[in-house]
Design a protein around this ligand. Structure first.
Ligand SMILES: Cc1ncc(COP(=O)(O)O)c(C=O)c1O
Length: 207
């Protein structure tokens, strides 16, 4: 979870060097433990150079619908609009209507979704503890980043889980340098499957 202090530092750096910051707020609605993700736009000075982009994919389970929005610096938004017009033509009317309905109706479904991921997160972290794979609980999104056991590469570990436990995780190195030493676990299955996956991983006796 990005903190307000991190955003303040980012704004300072971006404004000092006249850099446009693009904050991808895809998981803005999915945060846990009663804490809300701050929006980059809440940061003083953010609009001098920055924008925030949002997708309906996660919050409203509308992945693949290709609908989202951008807010922030007037000049950047103006240019984005020109690019959007020429590169993507326009969004199918029914999708626009569905997006309007999602954004303007009761947000109870969003709370339900957030609670569902939080429950899964809790089960995952409890199970990891149970099998000796203690990890920090993620504070949001539907992913958890777990450390690879000592002496193994991310790819080796992910491959072993896939072939021997039949559990799929994403090796962190695929996400760049900071993903090294980690695997990414998706909270995309229910609690029963998460428990089953962790028991299979336990049976490999890696921890
Ligand atoms: C951090 C992040 N940003 C953006 C996206 C893409 O969203 P969309 O489905 O609107 O392309 C994803 C989806 O995987 C994501 O994880």
């Amino acid at each position: 979870m990005a903190s307000s202090a991190f955003f303040e530092e980012t704004v300072r750096f971006a404004n000092d060097h006249d850099i446009c910051t693009v904050h991808d707020f895809a998981y803005g609605a999915i945060s846990f433990d009663g804490v809300k993700h701050p929006s980059f736009m809440q940061t003083k000075g953010a609009k001098e150079n920055g924008i925030e982009i949002y997708t309906l994919s996660k919050t409203y389970n509308m992945a693949g619908w290709r609908v989202g929005f951008a807010v922030g610096n007037r000049s950047v938004i103006k240019h984005l609009n020109v690019l959007q017009d020429h590169q993507y033509v326009s969004l199918f009317g029914a999708v626009q209507r569905a997006a309007t309905t999602a954004l303007t109706s009761s947000q109870a479904g969003v709370t339900e979704l957030q609670q569902m991921y939080e429950k899964r997160r809790n089960v995952l972290v409890q199970e990891a503890k149970r099998i000796g794979w203690a990890q920090q609980a993620p504070k949001g999104s539907f992913f958890a980043w777990f450390k690879v056991p000592n002496g193994m590469s991310e790819t080796e570990f992910a491959t072993q889980l896939l072939h021997e436990a039949h559990v799929a995780v994403a090796p962190g190195n695929g996400f760049g340098e900071h993903g090294r030493g980690y695997v990414r676990i998706g909270l995309v299955n229910d609690e029963t499957k998460i428990k089953e996956a962790m028991s299979r991983i336990q049976a490999l006796n890696l921890f």
